[in-house]
Design a protein around this ligand. Structure first.
Ligand code: DX5
Ligand code: ZN
Length: 223
């Protein structure tokens, strides 16, 4: 992989000051957030509730940084395309929730977004290789989805290595993302396993200087 990408998750930001919090991790070329990761939770697919399309629409107007929408919701077949139409750069749905993930990927791309597929820690990659051919990104969850600040599940790195190998051998063409428990202690092993893009919430927004914490993570992830 090339220069590591860092996507701060605003789940750990101050929700009353989201525009300022997005600016706090911005920057110029080669600096700051590559993507802003926005966690949409519906209190059904996961036991937590965050924000939805109206808030995402406002966030999109308030930032130039590409927005990466991680939809932890039931029935993404019905709801996900709205986020693409609103202008999200990347819309990620859960394979455990999607009824027809191949059709959904086509809809997302037709609406102008990159299509992302996320898998929970206990979901095997092997079952979804044909589906992944239709996607631009694979988001490997390294915690159970629902909350920030949880402990990194090291075992999921086997899935990262497998995905990296399939990409490097030309069997898949996608960007490998990891989400959950990424911090200064865990990012190096994830980088070694072949991650392209690192989502980090509490490690960035829990720091006194989020922009500095972001660059410190990128330095640790660099090959
Ligand atoms: C959890 C979310 C993550 C979360 C990660 O379900 O998908 O994006 O913000 O938080 P940290 O980096 O604190 O584990
Ligand atoms: Zn997420």
């Amino acid at each position: 992989s090339n220069q590591p990408m860092i996507a701060p998750s605003i789940l750990s930001a101050d929700f009353a000051r989201l525009a300022d919090e997005m600016t706090a991790v911005g920057g110029g070329p080669g600096r700051g957030a590559d993507w802003l990761h926005v966690d949409v939770m519906d209190a059904h697919f996961v036991p937590n509730l965050t924000l939805g399309l109206p808030v995402v629409e406002s966030l999109l107007k308030a930032t130039e940084i590409p927005v990466d929408c991680h939809l932890m919701i039931e029935d993404p077949d019905r709801w996900a395309t709205g986020y693409a139409e609103a202008g999200a750069h990347n819309v990620t749905v859960h394979v455990e929730a999607a009824q027809d993930p191949i059709a959904l990927a086509k809809d997302l791309r037709a609406a102008g977004a990159k299509a992302g597929l996320s898998i929970k820690p206990g979901t095997p990659l092997e079952s979804y290789l044909d589906v992944l051919k239709h996607y631009d990104t694979l988001l490997v969850m390294s915690v159970e989805p629902g909350f920030g600040g949880q402990k990194f599940i090291t075992e999921v790195l086997d899935k990262v290595r497998k995905a990296r190998d399939l990409v490097d051998t030309g069997h898949l063409n996608l960007l490998v993302e990891i989400d959950g428990g990424i911090n200064a202690d865990t990012i190096e092993q994830a980088a070694e396993a072949g991650v392209d893009c690192f989502v980090a919430g509490s490690a960035i927004y829990g720091a006194d200087d989020p922009a500095a914490a972001l660059e410190a993570l990128r330095d640790k992830a660099a090959p």
